[in-house]
Every structure is written in structure tokens, then in C-alpha cells.
Design a protein around this ligand. Structure first.
Ligand code: MN
Length: 292
């Protein structure tokens, strides 16, 4: 099944577009993965200017293909991220952060994904992890880099809270790459760059190809320099409520997080940057937020 990317604004403050696949009307989550944004490649060096904003109940996973981003958060972290590195921020019960692209002469091109935290870890304290080097494996026409979990016998040291996997595949030549996957997981393959065909269906950058559980192998046909991201996980056994930057279980929890962010209570901490004022949470819709 193909989930086509839709173009949305990164924030209400900037005119920056991103391609989003999850969440999608036909597919809310893939394992614990519940949000995928694909940005660029863009020559716009000011493309990523997201001032201080909060998160709860999730991990943000940031992976660059080109360019550089500086991350700052309320734990005191200041961390530049470059291609081939992973930034992983655990929101737990509350964290705030900002993200700013750096002009390093390269176009900015990255993906940011969110992982829902399971019940036993979603209210824990926040955390941040930067992985500068990750396991790689030659797959013939392309190279596999493991970002999280285990795939093809390679294990990433990334801290995760439920059974999941993430990997990048970079094609060096035109050809086919196949790899075995955990049949207990559902998977998604997102095209970041170039041309690719999965199960006879052409993908455009940002598009996602979905594989339900009981898939044992994934085969990708792609052109030289194509880059794809593979994500997967055990179907998430809990219903979540997702609104703005928050993942919770009830509307009340969301309302409480929204109120304490806008009141600038200590829950989300504080930090310095030069990105201007913090981003207030918008008004909540009158509609009932249904767990899903
Ligand atoms: Mn964020």
C-alpha cells in the first residue's frame, strides 16, 4: 500500500513546506512511529528555524541527508547534527527544544520522525542522545545504516522503549536491494531522494510504502544515489491521543500540557537560543479528541 506524501507548513510562523506521510487518514501509526516529516533538499539556509516548543509522550528522531541543524533543549543540550548522525530526544513528561539550520554551504535535507512512548516510559524524565556513528552494512547496490533496533544482524546502540527498527538505505548504483525483516513488525519505506519502485509501484520523494506484519523480506528497485528510510515496529498496543506537539492518552492530559506550556510553568524547563520568542500552543479544537 502506498501512502502519498502531502505538503504542509512546518510551522504557522514560517513559510517552509514539508512532506508529511504519518499520520495519515488510512494509517495512523507504523509500530510506535506516528509522525514523519520530510524536509528538502532546500537551498534555503534559513529553512529550519523552529523556536522553543514543548513535547510530551514521544521521542523525536532527527536524521540528516545533507546540511546541518543545531538542537537546543531544556536539559541544557546544545548539539549540532550532520549527515550520518542521529539526534534522539525523549520528551517523557515534558521537555522543550528549538531547532535551527546552520549555513554550512550544503542544502538542508532531513527527516524528523516521532515515536510514541509506551505507558511505562511516557511519564519518565526527558533525555537526549546523539549518535555520531552507526552500524553499516553493504547490501550490493546500496549501503544499509542502522539507526535504531536490529536489522540484517546489525544492531544500533540507540535507546528505544518498544520493539522497533529504523534504517537508511543509500543506493550507489542503479539496482535492487533486498533485506529480511522481522515478521512480527509492520514496516514503512519512505523515499528521501531519487527514484525507487517497490512492489511495482513508483515512489516520489516523501512517499511511503507500507508493509503489514508477516512480511519476511522487502525488495527495493532504485536508481543511483536514491536514499530510502525503513521504519518498523510491533503494532503499538495502546490507543494514543495526538494533538500539536503532544502525545497522551486522554484529552485532559493534552489540555493540562497545553495550559502548563502556555503558562510557562517549570514542567517544560527553559533554555537560551537566538530564535526569538517561544511558540505558544494554539487553541484546542472543540471537537472531541478520540484516542486512536
Ligand atoms: Mn519539536
Amino acid at each position: 500500500m502506498l501512502i502519498p506524501a502531502r505538503t504542509v507548513k512546518l510551522t504557522t510562523r514560517t513559510d517552509t513546506d514539508v512532506r508529511r506521510t504519518l499520520f495519515h487518514a488510512s494509517r495512523k501509526m507504523i509500530g510506535p512511529w506516528c509522525f514523519i516529516d520530510h524536509f528538502g533538499p532546500s537551498e534555503q539556509t534559513e529553512g529550519m528555524q523552529v523556536a522553543a516548543h514543548p513535547h510530551i509522550g514521544l521521542q523525536t528522531v532527527t536524521w540528516l541527508f545533507s546540511g546541518e541543524i543545531e538542537h537546543r533543549d531544556s536539559l541544557g543540550t546544545v548539539q549540532a547534527i550532520r549527515p550520518g548522525q542521529l539526534n534522539l530526544m525523549k520528551a517523557g513528561n515534558g521537555i522543550s527544544h528549538s531547532e535551527k539550520s546552520e549555513a554550512n554551504g550544503q542544502p538542508l535535507h532531513f527527516m524528523q520522525l516521532w515515536l510514541a512512548l509506551p505507558e511505562e516510559s511516557r511519564n519518565a524524565v526527558g533525555g537526549f542522545e546523539h549518535l555520531a556513528a552507526l552500524p553499516r552494512q553493504d547490501l550490493g547496490a546500496g549501503t544499509l545504516t542502522v539507526l535504531a533496533g536490529n536489522i540484517m544482524g546489525s544492531n544500533a546502540p540507540t535507546t528505544i522503549y518498544s520493539p522497533l527498527v529504523a534504517a537508511e538505505i543509500q543506493f550507489s548504483i542503479d539496482g535492487q536491494v533486498s533485506f529480511t525483516v522481522n515478521p512480527a513488525f509492520e514496516h514503512g519505506v519512505v523515499l528521501a531522494q531519487g527514484v525507487a519502485r517497490i512492489n511495482g509501484v513508483e515512489l516520489s520523494p516523501g512517499d511511503l510504502s507500507y508493509f503489514p506484519t508477516d512480511s519476511a523480506e522487502i525488495a527495493i528497485h532504485a536508481g543511483t544515489n536514491a536514499i530510502l528510510l525503513v521504519i518498523g515496529g510491533e503494532p503499538f498496543g495502546e490507543k494514543i491521543v495526538m494533538w500539536w506537539n503532544f502525545i497522551a492518552r486522554t484529552r485532559d492530559e493534552i489540555q493540562e500540557a497545553r495550559a502548563s506550556w502556555n503558562a510557562r510553568t517549570e514542567r517544560f524547563g527553559d533554555f537560551e537560543d537566538d530564535l526569538g520568542p517561544w511558540i505558544p500552543a494554539p487553541n484546542m479544537p472543540n471537537v472531541i479528541l478520540q484516542p486512536r
